[in-house]
Design a protein around this ligand. Structure first.
Ligand code: NAP
Length: 288
């Protein structure tokens, strides 16, 4: 097996802290100018332990960054209409600047319809059709947070996607699909792989930039990776395990994100940054 040097780590904690520090300073400035602090509404359906933890973590981060959070907890039994009603109220509420609907929301709910109830100017998690379209056309709007975090991480480590072959394994609406569109927007040649892809290993081995967004622990190994490739592991599986087998992959990659501490912190940082941006726009505060 051809080996390269051990990969350089793409730490996400440092860049994420810097983004949060900037957002926090801007949030405080907005509060001073307008008397109103940026506010993120979180909506949780049911009590899935992982979702409860994610929402708690996001709210705690908000509080530390001078962003208010308002929490709406709904019973697992709520239906699509009930959920849409609550989200519409938040969309119409001038005191709320960003809305995050924690997913999954349960199989009996039409998740897409619930997402679409989020007003585009409050879609700080980048989950609506409007946001996806704007992002795909390169128009102003909010990006899906994990893909947005991945792009900032690439920038931070001086990786220019232009002319590179980027392979995205996974095509979910919140992760795989949008990160591919963002890479395309930065002039990468993008290939999407998914559960029906034939010859996946051969395609992955061509990747200059590999994004793993599969949701299967250690699904991709060092043998799948082109020597010197940039490996972005967006996976987060039980036991703090990514979708890439880190130990074997780091011997082949040029740059690689750790799990945890790579993509995860960047996701929250982008959520906070976009909430502050939404508040600034809503309150008519010029870019600070
Ligand atoms: P998802 O909705 O379950 O999508 C998984 C994707 O992987 C699907 O497109 C699926 O293909 C594809 N896939 C599944 N098995 C495959 C196989 N054997 N070969 C090739 N492709 C396969 O998951 P997601 O929400 O995108 O999340 C993916 C991972 O990212 C999870 O580990 C999740 O925890 C993590 N995540 C992390 C963050 C963060 O902040 N760090 C945020 C979001 C998600 P089909 O479309 O054909 O079914």
């Amino acid at each position: 097996m051809a080996r390269t040097r051990t990969a350089r780590l793409m730490d996400g904690t440092g860049p994420a802290s810097r983004i949060i520090a900037t957002s926090s300073a801007t949030a405080a400035e907005i509060h001073r100018h307008t008397g109103t602090a940026p506010c993120l509404a979180t909506v949780l359906v049911g009590e899935n332990p992982a979702s409860v933890t994610y929402v708690r973590m996001k709210r705690a981060r908000c509080e530390r960054a001078a962003i208010r959070s308002r929490h709406v907890s709904l019973p697992a039994s709520v239906g699509t209409n009930g959920l849409i009603e609550r989200i519409t109220e938040l969309s119409d509420d001038p005191g709320v600047h960003g809305i995050l609907l924690q997913h999954p929301v349960g199989p009996h709910i039409d998740e897409r319809a619930a997402f679409e109830a989020i007003a585009p100017d409050k879609d700080v998690d980048g989950v609506t059709t409007h946001s996806f379209a704007a992002m795909s056309f390169g128009l102003p709007g909010f990006v899906s947070c994990t893909p947005g975090g991945i792009m900032r991480l690439l920038e931070e480590y001086g990786v220019d996607p232009a002319g590179k072959h980027a392979v995205v394994v996974g095509r979910s609406p919140i992760l795989g699909k949008p990160v591919g569109m963002l890479l395309l927007g930065r002039n990468a040649t993008v290939t999407y792989c998914h559960s029906r892809t034939a010859g996946l290993a051969g395609i992955v081995r061509q990747a200059d930039i590999l994004v793993a967004a599969v949701g299967r622990p250690r699904f991709l190994t060092g043998a799948d990776i082109k020597p010197g490739a940039v490996v972005i592991d967006a996976g987060y599986n039980p036991g703090n395990v990514g979708d890439v087998d880190f130990e074997s992959a780091r011997d082949r990659a040029g740059l690689i994100t750790p799990v945890p501490g790579g993509v995860g912190p960047m996701t929250i940082a982008v959520l906070l940054a976009q909430t502050v941006e939404a508040a600034a726009r809503r309150l008519g505060v010029p870019r600070l």
